[in-house]
Design a protein. Structure first.
Lengths: 686, 457
């Protein structure tokens, strides 16, 4: 029988009648279940009115039938908080179920009791949970473990007082991996919301945890791997041993297992000097395992690609990737294509530049305009990043411009400063330009760059014939362009300039245009001949140098990268922003100093292969992190880093580097977490 | 981890709603409906271009609440999280949940989810979601485990329950649960079959990108090895490939160089199902596992070298003036003449606004689809070592600029060839050991399909 027809909103009075009728029967089970199913539907449909049925449903718990009891509990969990006084009636039933022989019923009971945020429920749950943590059934034990987290969420104070953490800590030494890994997950949920607690594990235990990986299911593997982040290796050998122990997990089919394994490996790499030299296969294995995740659905690909960017920015030498693997597929969603494009840009170097340029050229003619534009933008960036390739990039761009597809022309023109010798081919195509945006940029280019004054005069003259009909932005740029032309080429440009200014001041209705024209006019008429130099002041004002272009991604501060690396696979890794900027309340993760902690390798700029990025140009070149990253940055230099190797002073400099004001608070939480870890340590010895 | 989980139908109506943690209310589902579903629907209506549907990133963060979602057929499956959670776990969970729902509702993961099936089984789905996640943490999506705990049965013929559970009396159920008895959670040791069988499918998806001259720009295979097991007890299985196969994980580079010119099959970056003992694989490349019951994917791999190319396509497209295009497309099959490829479909793009066309072909069926701006050329069967040609003349209105603005998407091929593995992979042995020492019937099948098989012109 299909349940489909039960999936409707109902009134509590109707259901009540139906339930009463059902209960009159000698064998009411089947009918009662139908009523309960209707209620489940109403919970899903968020019909709050049915809360009135709470007392009736509680009575149904007396039926000795697991399905009825489960469905009733589902209702009680959803609606008890709205009427605590009535809901209390159910507690005695659950109390009885706690002692029942059926493991399913025991689980159900502790789950319900710990979930419902009513004192009476919670009190019973607090009383029973420690006992159930020792249950002989794994599933009951598992439910009890998570019940502790629930209780912690509701009443951390009482949970601490009853030392529930202690009880969970003991379970970390359980012989069954299911228990161990779920305990780790539960502890994780407790510590992430609690600034005073943190998990610490020791060497022997971390190896023991790894040994569970072989038999654990995929989710348990994730929880186990994640917990290894809580171990601070004291020597490089320890860190290496752990890295090697995690390597097999890179082979797992589940992407979260792989990403967590990578997170752990990258974390331990902080404690080894030049890990890629000690384990030469490491970059290949990390790269390979990431690339193979690209066979997953787009959403997962997207996450993986974002993390690849993160690693390329901070850990390029731990990752060996071939750029061909990131070429876009025709049907990739746009968010995947965008991210791939960024990776292609990051991976481009002198060796693969030909393949890269060929591929980008393909994208530039693609259906999707925004993609094409981004590809063209990438050309611009590449030309800057790899000075050797600049010529090639510009050549391709000129070709594309030659095709005369308007948006290509338009997009190309947004990168003027870099393509001065491309101007020529642009000029040949100007008749094609019809979008106002493109026209504007084009006119700007002519005004800014064209040194062939006769020709630009002709072009501007052509373009200004329809001056009065053009959209405002084109009028603006024409105004400026003719003025510029006049400044550079007074004899020829004067007539045109006067013509346009006259139009603008006398025949255009838009006051802004008129005002601007007057400003130019006044500027020009007052400037002439004041101190011999022709229009010196006007030139200073109007002929200004190029604005700079920079890209966002390359400038991530190493400190932010460091924290993001501790959060590989998390939501923050998608945004590639400081975790606290995205999630204000999230707990900060830091690299804990130990004698083995290595200074962060200063990664050469993305463009390490080429000797440089044109120092003369004003355009501050994308990329290198050497640049004026940002004020909070406190770029880490080797000397402060090495001081971190000695534990005590190191800690201090580390903190002050982050930001002075946080010092006090940070120190406080640190003290607290230290106290908490003492507790965990003590227990782990027993 | 996961605070809440919602499944919506195409219009944004709620089908499943589950809260796992405090911190979010049930009506947070409206936020996602308004911010994502309604917006996407109105976008795809207003503009015909399909690409708009993909515009959005699959994660939406508002304040410290994030909506992480996937689309399954027409349904939206969305997880809500607070603060910075492990996104990889959430995505992976959503996809695993999707395939679990397919198996539970239809008995097979090759079906597509729809709202009808979910509504008809909403009670089961609801209960299932209580069992797979505890307090927001995914615990186990293994069928063996669920069979023990789910009391309601879905409408489909697929039976979720073990016989022992059909007795509904809860107190009678004092037998311990699966995981209590065996160390692995994905298998129950009480499984019995009269006939022990194991089916092994090597499925390869071939991704090719060629240019006009038939030169290969990119070629790789996404391969999977899928199994269906009907085995009694707790069998230990061992699995091996033909001698020419090398399982590579960018591990032994020297070996790679020696063999790469030969006929060897090099499998890169293999990924394994959770049941495979990865440490053993890491030590000596052997694949040991205790399989779950029923269907599962044992491993997947990549292959980038020595690929057997099934089809070569030579497009010749010439523009005559501003309004005419001449097409000449040659397709050549390169596999053994005894094998047929089934359902070979070539999709050849044309500019929009075609007013006249004349298409002839040496075999198969061809037609012009004005809706998609494609010439579709179909073959039910295409045997190996054959060559066919399609010629077409396309006319456009002389005034239109569609030829000028045409961006030439690639020609795509779709096909399926059974008993052909484009990587050349062979399965050498599959050993099953169990204490009962029974005989197992084994079936092996190879199949190559087109992934994205594209030819630029």
């Amino acid at each position: 029988m299909s349940d489909g027809k039960l999936f409707v909103k109902s009134k509590s009075s109707e259901i009540k009648v139906e339930l009463d009728q059902a209960l009159k029967k000698s064998k009411p089970h089947a009918k009662v279940k139908i009523v309960l199913k209707k209620l489940v539907a109403n919970v899903i449909l968020n019909n709050t009115e049915i809360v009135n049925l709470l007392p009736d449903i509680i009575k149904l718990l007396k039926f000795d039938d697991l399905e009825i009891r489960k469905l009733s509990s589902h209702f009680i969990i959803s609606y008890a908080p709205q009427n605590p006084t009535l809901a209390k009636e159910a507690v005695p039933y659950y109390k009885r179920f706690l002692e029942d022989a059926s493991p399913n019923l025991r689980s159900l009971s502790i789950r319900t009791l710990s979930t419902v945020p009513i004192k009476e429920y919670q009190d019973v749950a607090f009383g029973a949970v420690t006992h159930l943590l020792d249950d002989n059934d794994i599933n009951v034990k598992k439910t009890a473990i998570y019940s502790v987290s629930r209780l912690f969420q509701h009443n951390p104070h009482k949970a601490t007082k009853l030392n529930l953490i202690g009880s969970l800590n003991e379970l970390l030494y359980d012989h069954h991996q299911v228990i161990v890994s779920n305990t780790l997950a539960a502890l994780n949920s407790i510590t992430e919301n609690n600034k005073e607690l943190s998990l610490t594990i020791d060497k022997a235990h971390s190896m023991a945890l790894i040994s569970h990986l072989t038999v654990a299911n995929e989710w348990c593997q994730v929880y186990i791997l994640n917990s290894l982040m809580s171990y601070v290796p004291q020597t490089s050998d320890e860190a290496l041993e752990l890295i090697e122990a995690c390597l097999p997990s890179l082979q797992h089919e589940n992407s979260s297992v792989v990403l967590n394994a990578i997170k752990v490996i990258i974390y331990f790499c902080n404690y080894v000097k030049n890990p890629q030299l000690v384990i030469p296969t490491l970059p290949n294995r990390l790269g390979g395992s990431l690339v193979s995740l690209l066979a997953k659905p787009s959403e997962i690909q997207f996450l993986v690609l974002r993390n690849i960017i993160l690693l390329l920015l901070g850990r390029k030498n731990l990752l060996n990737l071939e750029v061909e693997m990131f070429f876009c597929k025709y049907d990739d969603p746009i968010y995947v294509k965008d991210t791939k494009l960024e990776i292609i840009y990051l991976l481009a170097n002198a060796h693969n530049i030909h393949a890269v340029i060929r591929e980008l050229e393909e994208y530039a003619t693609e259906v999707d305009v925004s993609m094409a534009r981004k590809a063209i933008r990438a050309f611009g960036n590449l030309a800057v990043k790899l000075s050797g390739a600049a010529e090639q990039c510009v050549e391709v761009l000129c070709d594309l411009v030659g095709n005369g597809i308007p948006y290509i022309v338009q997009e190309s023109t947004t990168y003027p400063g870099r393509f001065e010798f491309a101007v020529e081919s642009l000029l040949e195509q100007y008749t094609l330009i019809d979008e106002p945006d493109a026209k504007t940029s084009f006119i700007w280019i002519v005004g800014q760059y064209c040194n062939d004054h006769e020709r630009s005069l002709k072009i501007l003259d052509d373009l200004s014939t329809n001056f009065k009909e053009e959209p405002v932005e084109v009028q603006y740029s024409l105004l400026t362009a003719v003025t510029k032309l006049y400044l550079k080429y007074p004899t020829g440009g004067e007539a045109l300039m006067l013509k346009v200014l006259k139009w603008a001041t006398e025949e255009v209705d838009n006051p802004d245009i008129r005002d601007r024209a007057y400003i130019y006019w006044r500027l020009l008429s007052s400037g002439s001949g004041s101190n011999g130099d022709f229009q010196e002041e006007s030139k200073q004002i109007i002929l200004n140098p190029n604005p700079s272009i920079s890209s966002e991604n390359d400038n991530i501060d190493p400190k932010i990268l460091e924290e993001l690396e501790l959060n590989i696979g998390s939501l923050a890794s998608i945004y590639l922003k400081p975790v606290q900027h995205v999630f204000r309340l999230s707990k900060r993760k830091v690299l804990v100093p130990s004698p083995a902690l290595q200074p962060r390798p200063i990664q050469a700029s993305v463009s390490e292969e080429d000797d440089v990025i044109d120092n003369n140009s004003h355009t501050p070149v994308i990329a290198p992190r050497v640049s004026n990253s940002n004020h909070t940055a406190a770029t880490r230099n080797p000397s402060t880093l090495s001081s971190r190797n000695s534990i005590i002073s190191g800690q201090k400099s580390f903190d002050s580097a982050s930001s002075g004001t946080d010092d006090k608070r940070e120190g406080f939480t640190k003290r607290l977490s230290r106290r908490a870890s003492l507790i965990t340590n003590k227990l782990s010895k027993t | 981890m996961i605070s809440a989980l919602f499944i919506y139908d195409n219009k944004g109506d709620i089908l499943v709603s589950k809260l796992y943690k405090e911190g979010v209310k049930r009506n947070i589902s409206d936020v996602f409906r308004i911010q994502v579903i309604t917006l996407t629907n109105s976008q795809s209506k207003s503009s015909a271009s399909t690409s708009n549907n993909y515009n959005k990133s699959p994660v939406l963060t508002l304040g410290s609440t994030s909506f992480i979602y996937i689309k399954s057929n027409k349904l939206w499956i969305c997880a809500v999280t607070r603060s910075n959670q492990d996104c990889s776990v959430v995505f992976e969970f959503l996809y695993k949940l999707e395939s679990l729902l397919k198996v539970v509702l239809f008995g097979n993961s090759s079906f597509k989810l729809n709202d009808e099936a979910l509504i008809n089984n909403f009670v089961t789905v609801n209960e299932l979601l209580d069992e797979v996640i505890e307090f927001g943490y995914p615990t186990s999506l293994d069928l063996a485990n669920l069979k023990q705990n789910v009391t309601t049965s879905p409408e489909s013929t697929f039976n979720l329950k073990l016989p022992s559970l059909t007795k509904r009396k809860s107190s009678a159920l004092s037998i311990p649960t699966v995981s209590t008895r065996s160390k692995v959670t994905w298998r129950d040791d009480t499984i019995k079959y009269r006939r022990n069988e194991i089916f092994l499918n090597v499925d390869e998806k071939l991704n090719i990108l060629m240019n006009t001259d038939g030169q290969i720009l990119r070629a790789y295979i996404d391969g999977t090895i899928n199994m269906k097991t009907h085995l009694t007890g707790m069998p230990n299985c061992k699995f091996g490939f033909g001698d020419n196969s090398i399982l590579l994980n960018s591990f032994n580079e020297d070996k790679y160089d020696e063999d790469s010119n030969g006929n060897s099959v090099i499998l890169e970056d293999s990924k394994f199902h959770q049941c495979v003992e990865l440490t053993k694989f890491d030590q000596d490349r052997s694949i040991h596992f205790i399989p779950p019951d029923g269907e599962f994917q044992l491993m997947n791999y990549h292959c980038r070298s020595n690929i057997n190319l099934p089809f070569q396509v030579y497009p010749q497209i010439t523009e005559i003036g501003n309004s005419k295009l001449n097409y000449k497309i040659r397709v050549k099959s390169l596999y053994s003449s005894k094998l047929p490829a089934t359902n070979l479909v070539l999709k050849i793009p044309v500019p929009s606004g075609v007013i006249n066309s004349n298409i002839t072909n040496s075999s198969g069926k061809s037609k012009l689809s004005l809706e998609d701006n494609l010439i579709i050329w179909k073959f039910n069967k295409y045997f190996g070592e054959q060559e066919h040609i399609l010629t077409a003349e396309i006319e456009l209105p002389s005034s239109s600029s569609s030829l000028f603005n045409w961006v030439k998407p690639p020609i795509t091929l779709d096909f399926k060839i059974e008993m052909f593995s484009s990587s050349g992979l062979t399965v050498k042995f599959l050993k099953v050991q169990e204490k009962a020492n029974y005989k197992t019937v084994k079936w092996v099948k190879y199949c190559t399909q087109a992934g994205s098989y594209e030819v630029r012109f």
